[in-house]
Design a protein around this ligand. Structure first.
Ligand code: TRP
Length: 452
């Protein structure tokens, strides 16, 4: 009784549906609609897409189950969870996660700011037939303005902080339940529109016909890193969400549902965007501006396009919000649970600090455009690369090793089946977590390092 009270005080999802929607809300975000299409374009399509799906199935789903299991078993933030279960150096996995959340959210707010700017443009009626030709250039105009980017970044961070202040089931859950289904529908409509357009067939063959020659080590690392990013794995976000779940929730079922939804949204946005690329003879490898340069073209041409543009960017902003709140939540949960801060203080202080770290990202396309960090990449692209391709898979591997080798079978299995849940594929999951995940991530890391 006492214990239940304690958990309820931390916050619990009010229903299984709420838990699924919040986790799917965390997973589905800019990663699916902004990042997946543009990196697919840069890495040559088909083979990249198939390897990405392979990573989702073989590494992503098992690790999502593992994170949720650890979270629900301990009902703690990532650091507290590892401390409670084993302690020692494992606590560092939690810290790595909190740090990753901090870093990812910093530039996530900048990209989300771009989406808010486009929502504003749509509201002003910018995407109409008189301007079709200029529409792809709007993105360059936005990037050239440091002030606009800082402004929208601040607006988006403000909204994230505001929702997280509302607490778990009030803030996080309510916001998610409404928006996700509508986003799904509008993406289906846009994808269908793309399929019947002149570039439709070419787009499909680009996305799904593999040319394995194009899958080099860099592409494999990008696809694998993106599987972690897209599913919000490797840093304890799903662990934290799992910690708000009640016994009796069918974790494997939730993890599979969320992963399938997430993959569908990514593929749908690819199917919506690439037909436009091919119809208008644009470059698939156009980079981070791809979604902003393509979809507005068709918004500007279709009847009722302004309305659809408003709806689309509104939903994109909400998809980004339901992801950004999960990133902030990890950091906040750590300061509340471990450092005993007030939720309010933690949210406000951390929100502000993360905003500050995001400033160089916001300036990285104009004022700091010539400051290169990793290779030719600017600040934003560099920390995205570092966090997504290295920190998340590393965190994920530690989580897999922890679950597969340190947590006993009795604990892991016992947690999954609590409340009479059946998990027939337990041996498959255990095998993937114990051997396949660590080995696959190691192979991709090592081949990228050029050692063989
Ligand atoms: N998955 C989100 C997206 O695709 C981003 C995100 C939210 C995330 N929470 C995360 C990524 C935790 C890594 C870890 O846009």
């Amino acid at each position: 009784m006492e214990k239940h009270h304690e958990k309820a005080k931390r916050g619990l999802w009010s229903s299984r549906f709420g838990f699924i929607m919040a986790s799917a809300g965390s997973a589905v975000g800019l990663g699916n609609i902004w990042k997946f299409p543009y990196i697919t374009g840069m890495h040559g399509g088909g083979a990249f897409v198939l390897f990405f799906i392979f990573c989702i199935v073989v590494v992503g789903i098992p690790i999502m189950i593992a994170e949720m299991v650890i979270g629900r078993h301990t009902h703690k933030d990532p650091v507290g969870a590892f401390r409670k279960l084993r302690g020692g150096p494992w606590v560092m996995v939690g810290w790595l996660g909190v740090t990753a959340g901090f870093v990812i959210l910093s530039y996530y707010c900048v990209v989300a700011g771009w989406a808010v700017d486009y929502l504003w443009l749509a509201l002003k009626g910018t995407f109409n037939s008189q301007h079709t030709k200029e529409v792809p250039e709007l993105f360059g105009t936005l990037l050239a303005s440091d002030l606009s980017q800082l402004f929208w970044q601040a607006v988006f961070m403000g909204a994230t902080v505001w929702i997280v202040l509302g607490g778990v089931s009030n803030g996080l859950e309510r916001a998610n339940k409404l928006m996700m289904p509508v986003l799904f529908l509008i993406l289906i409509a846009l994808a269908l529109h793309g399929l019947v357009s002149p570039g439709g067939t070419k787009a499909l063959s680009f996305l799904f016909t593999p040319d394995w020659q194009k899958l080099d080590a860099a592409s494999m690392l990008e696809a694998m890193g993106h599987a972690f990013f897209s599913l919000s794995l490797g840093m304890g976000a799903m662990l934290t969400y799992g910690s708000y779940a009640d016994e009796g929730t069918d974790i494997p079922n939730v993890a599979i549902t969320v992963s399938v939804m997430d993959t569908c949204v990514a593929l749908l946005s690819g199917i919506a965007i690439f037909p436009i690329v091919f119809t208008y003879g644009m470059a698939p490898a156009a980079g981070p501006g791809l979604v902003f340069k393509t979809l507005p073209i068709i918004f500007s041409q279709m009847p009722g396009g302004t309305f659809i543009a408003i709806l689309f960017f509104l939903l994109l902003v909400f998809a980004a919000l339901s992801s950004s709140i999960s990133l902030l939540e990890v950091v906040v949960a750590y300061y509340c649970d471990e450092k005993k801060w007030q939720r309010r203080t933690a949210t406000l202080v951390m929100g502000f600090l993360i905003f500050l770290l995001g400033v160089p990202s916001a300036l990285s396309n104009h004022l700091l455009a010539n400051v290169h960090f990793i290779g030719e990449r600017n600040f934003l692209d560099s920390i995205d690369l570092l966090a997504t391709n290295y920190i998340l898979p590393l965190g994920g591997v530690f989580i897999a090793i922890f679950t597969g080798w340190v947590m006993t079978t009795r604990l892991a299995r016992g947690e999954i089946v609590k409340g009479n849940v059946k998990f027939h594929y337990y041996p498959v999951w255990h095998f993937l977590i114990k051997y396949v995940c660590p080995i696959l991530v190691a192979i991709v890391f090592i081949s990228r390092s050029g050692l063989f």
